[in-house]
Design a binder for this molecule. Structure first.
Ligand code: PAF
Length: 280
């Protein structure tokens, strides 16, 4: 049974009994346009929690480009069907005024430089809006565990930091990126790819994968140039950025290190922008 609720009050009523009887609440926040990547998060939550809540909320404060907000796919009926099939228990579908009763104000928080690199450079204000809404959602849902995809690696790092900084009693579980058979990371934005772009999109995965081997004879700087050439060779994709970073601090590497490191990149096409990352 999937219950759909629209307000904090309804949500509270819906999960009160579960909460008072000590049941473990899992939470998967989304912006909708659900795909198998989101459903994998729901399934992972179902495997370890008693009640799973999914929110769908297209958060206006994390879009720095109004056209992007406008064209963000909204597919609630199809999303609901997928959630039902995945045995999700509660769908929280708030209006903007429900999450932002005092207007679209941002939460003041210092993110320790995690927000000023990579996506933070190309999407100014994005992370301030993202942490604000995740914080509002956490207070509305009060989950024991929240599940986030590694696909948005920088987002995941920032949420872990925020939870730690604010001492929120919520465990954050990182879930592996779910990919199409050719390696393209599942994303709500993939529907904006033309047939030709979709055909060529595996270049993103293949290029990242090759970096693990190539790093033994190239510096991070040399490998960045190689990645740019590979991505742009087809004439279809542009490379917005590629960064080899320390997986914990997200700071760019000048040389390879033993501590976990990651390649993160953003690629542009005619109508959209895709991000991806991989452990190296
Ligand atoms: O990853 C997303 O879909 C969004 O950034 C999130 C975490 C739901 C906040 O709006």
């Amino acid at each position: 049974m999937l219950f759909t609720v629209y307000t904090r009050q309804q949500l509270l009523k819906c999960i009160q009994t579960a909460r008072s009887s000590g049941k473990k609440i899992g939470f998967v926040p989304t912006m909708g346009a659900l795909h198998q990547g989101h459903i994998a998060l729901i399934r992972q939550a179902k495997a370890s929690c008693d009640i799973v809540i999914c929110s769908i909320f297209v958060n206006p404060t994390q879009f720095n480009n109004p056209t992007d907000l406008e064209k963000y796919p909204r597919t609630v009926a199809a999303d609901r069907a997928l959630l039902y099939e995945a045995n999700c228990d509660v769908l929280f579908l708030p209006e903007v005024s429900e999450l932002y009763p005092d207007g679209l104000q941002l939460m003041p928080i210092n993110l320790n430089g995690l927000d000023t690199v990579m996506e933070g450079v190309f999407r100014p204000g994005h992370f301030a809006g993202m942490v604000t809404v995740v914080n509002h959602l956490f207070y509305a849902v009060m989950p024991d565990v929240a599940f986030f995809g590694e696909k948005d690696f920088q987002q995941l790092a920032i949420i872990k930091y925020m939870v730690n900084e604010l001492n929120l009693p919520i465990s954050i579980v990182a879930c592996a990126t779910i990919r199409e058979t050719d390696g393209l990371a599942m994303s709500s934005r993939n529907i904006h790819l033309t047939t030709e772009e979709r055909k060529q999109a595996s270049v993103i995965f293949k290029t990242m994968e090759a970096c693990s081997k190539l790093k033994s004879d190239k510096t991070p700087g040399q490998l960045k140039q190689w990645v740019k050439n590979e991505i742009e060779r087809s004439g279809i994709f542009g490379l917005e950025y590629v960064s080899f970073v320390d997986a914990a601090t997200l700071q760019p590497l000048q040389q390879w290190q033993l501590a976990p490191q990651r390649i993160c990149l953003a690629v542009t096409t005619s109508k959209t922008r895709l991000i991806d990352n991989m452990a190296l």
